[in-house]
Write a protein that binds this ligand. Sequence first.
Ligand code: KG4
Ligand code: ZN
Length: 451
Amino acid sequence: MKILGIETSCDETAASVVELLESSRTSNQSTQTSAVRGAAEEAQRTVQSGTESEHRKSATKHSAVSSTRVAGSASKQGATVCRLLSNVVASSMDLHKKYGGVVPEIAARSHIEAINPVIEQALYQAKYGQGFGHNSGVASSASQQAVTADGLWDDIDAIAVTYGAGLGGSLLIGVLAARTLAILHNKPLYACNHVEGHVYANFLTETPLKGYSLPSSQPQFPLLALIVSGGHTQLVLFRDHFDYEILGRTQDDAIGEAFDKVAKIIGLPYPGGPSVAKEAAKGDPDKYTLPKAKLQGRFDFSFSGLKTAVLRLAQAECGVDYDFPSYKLPEKLSEAQKADIAASFQRVAVETVVDKTVATFESYRPKSVVIAGGVAANQELRHQLEHRLSEAIAQQSDGKQTEVARILHYTDIKLCTDNAAMIAALGSFKMKLKQPTADPYSLDIAPNLSM
Ligand code: KG4
Ligand code: ZN
């Protein structure tokens, strides 16, 4: 089955097509199996026979989507392969840079301009290959005309869209586009949680697209997900698809938010995560001692104290008082001080999440550990977690020597930050496992949606 994913929760307008196949199939055998094809056909029949009022009734069912348990699991129904057929992302990040963060109104306007060409380019690339249009950007108007004339929708079995969490105005554009297309092309619609989507980026293991480094196998259940993004920091145990428990979460700032704020303190450009990581490579991670939060909840996190400690450290290094305007700090800090602050902050922020992830791993012994979300792009996080998990595995008393590479999963950096491939991957499992469809006449956005 092939799913079109649409994601517009923040400043990226993204569309992607993902194909779900049985694992016994090789990448050039694109015939769908009866199990997977059956789910697609059943969902299609529901759409064809459904009246508008039936669609409305199913919308009520949909509110239970995020916590639904499925009786027959994918793991029990046979392994699958998720192929990335196209991945198009148009970012409005450059427009936000001068404000030091995303401006919701500008993001929403940019989505309106980009949404149609991005979706068309994703469909086009999935059907005709990467050579048609480039991989990140918007299709030219000439190719768009060709696109509308083509039977691009024939192969698409369903549409998956992010309906939360995110910026209201941004989510609205993606959801309205998906609803309209679902009605127009008579396709089932799946409403996806953005944060859950980040985890599903790790299920993509094959692609004909150039420039992607994907994991060789899908993670297995029980699966421990460390979700680290600009809005979320949480440890989630998935017993199976759509059957999960949140073990720990941040009590204040998300780790990505802390990277972004520290970047501002030391005068690095937005987005802060990649800037701090780049600066940290030039500095000494042990130069400064910074605090790690101690919390009551064993697997919970806190980053606001660390962020304040970095501010106090920068003030102390500059020899100024607490009331000195923070935006003037960067001009007083030397390049070496900035690099050492970035490196020391990154080491402690990463250690904080790695400590908790390893403690959770030791308590629950999952088969896989997955890093998901924008901060999963961070190399220091990948290295520290790999190292500490290997130590934890080596101490296992059952004598089994499992390699860390078989347990720890992370994906291509382009699929860690916001994209629609993760939404299409999540949507494909929703369809395969017969999760409820959303009502294209009434699906609403949920800006504060949690897992
Ligand atoms: O998942 P994402 O793209 O958007 C949200 O859902 O929030 O995550 C964005 C966050 C930002 O805070 C950004 O600074 C951070 O991920 N980030 C990084 C890196 N790349 C992106 N943080 C640390 N190191 C990176 N290499
Ligand atoms: Zn995200």
